[in-house]
Write a protein that binds this ligand. Structure first.
Ligand code: ATP
Length: 375
């Protein structure tokens, strides 16, 4: 089994998707300071489940997402995958190629995947247990790791050697078994406590069981009595049912009689109702007639009042006209007198005219005679 490919996108300085193919033999990564060599080792440890941000040389988990540069915007997620050749079956999984992926979004959402199937961190750790691969395994010797191996502290060295010897799995199992044993011991203690508590309660429990037995006997007796009573009640109910059935036939005949009577009464009631309706309509038409007559009388009275007013007006007018006739007669008399005077005056004037005409003719004749004499 060997690591054959590393894929990174958005991880630290690797903004674009970067694929590093690892051929057989030794692969060396060379580059200037700050070009991202250690970031590759960080990506490997991160995928293998590194939880310490300090070990990944950051201060918070989002520091591993590409933070942007002067010419490029930051990214929203970081993703790295390790592709292992598993043709020798070292990894306990039925695939010849195993891809382990870890993703982190800026929202904080994160996830692990084995061959693109979502899984837990525990599954990733178990997959690599005792293979020497792991965030703390001896297969990643970072800066300072050599110091750890050469350290005087036996605890630091022990972990590396155990991993190399492939006994971590058994050590973990032993620890788990010890924990279970401890848990079982505690349970045993609790069971002993419960047993001694129950033993103290045995006497009262015996008394309670005697009482329960007595109760059960009495309950059985009560059940027999209740069954007997029930059978007795059934007999009585049967007899009553017989009586009720007989009464029902009589009652049914009475009921039929009453229904016929009811039918007759209903018919009579219907007839009376029709009569009543007829009378009511007659009363209504009469009262309408009375109402109309009343209206006519009121109209006639009002006509009479109008006529009376007209009569009194006419009488007054008559008086006024008589007076006017009298006045006109007087005026006529006056005009006749005046006419007569004017007639007399005209006669006088006519006689005067005749007289003056004759005088004029006479004077004219004389004038002519005088004129002839003068000539
Ligand atoms: P040295 O040889 O000095 O150890 P190196 O090649 O190992 O250097 P790294 O330490 O891997 O380089 O990379 C450091 C570079 O990664 C720095 O330039 C830093 O700006 C860049 N870097 C780290 N984190 C991020 C991030 N989140 N986004 C963008 N760039 C990052």
């Amino acid at each position: 089994m060997y690591l054959k490919r590393i894929e990174m996108q958005g991880f630290k300085s690797f903004a674009d998707k970067t694929i590093i193919e690892l051929k057989e033999g030794i692969t060396t990564v060379i580059g200037p300071n700050g070009s991202g060599k250690s970031n590759i080792a960080d990506a490997i440890r991160w995928v293998l489940g590194e939880q310490s941000i300090k070990s990944l040389r950051g201060s918070k988990s989002l520091d591993i997402i590409f933070a942007g540069t002067q010419n490029r915007k930051s990214l929203g997620f970081a993703e790295s995958s390790l592709v292992f050749d598993n043709t020798d079956g070292t990894l306990p999984i039925e695939y010849t190629e195993v891809t382990v992926t870890r993703k982190l979004y800026r929202s904080g959402e994160t996830g692990y995947y084995i061959n693109k199937v979502p899984c837990r961190l525990k599954d990733v750790l178990e997959l690599f247990m005792d293979t020497g691969i792991g965030k703390d395994g001896y297969s990643i010797i970072g800066q300072g790791k050599i110091d750890e191996i050469l350290s005087n502290k036996s605890e630091d060295r022990r972990h590396i050697f155990e991993e190399a010897a492939g006994i971590v799995k058994y050590r973990n199992r032993k620890e788990e078994a010890e924990k279970k044993l401890e848990h079982t011991k505690l349970n045993l203690l609790r069971i002993n406590d419960i047993i001694s508590e129950i033993e103290g309660n045995l006497e009262p429990l015996y008394n309670q069981s005697e009482q329960a037995k007595k109760y059960l006997n009495l309950h059985e007796e009560l059940k027999n009595i209740e069954v007997g009573l029930f059978l007795h009640n059934i007999d009585q109910n049967k007899q009553e049912l017989q009586k009720v059935t007989e009464n029902e036939a009589v009652t049914k005949a009475q009921c039929d009689d009453e229904e016929t009577k009811l039918e007759r009464t209903k018919n009579a009631k219907e007839e009376l109702k029709n009569n009543l309706d007829e009378i009511t309509s007659k009363i209504e038409s009469m009262s309408n007639l009375g109402f109309e007559s009343q209206k006519e009388i009121e109209m006639l009275n009002s006509d009479i009042n109008v006529s009376q007013t007209k009569i009194s007006n006419n009488q007054e007018n008559e008086k006024r006209f008589l007076l006017e006739i009298e006045e006109k007669k007087k005026r006529l008399q006056e005009l006749e007198d005046e006419e007569k005077q004017k007639e007399e005056k005209r006669e006088n004037l006519r006689q005067n005219k005749e007289k003056f005409t004759k005088e004029l003719e006479r004077k004219a004749t004389r004038t002519r005679q005088n004129n002839r004499k003068i000539i």
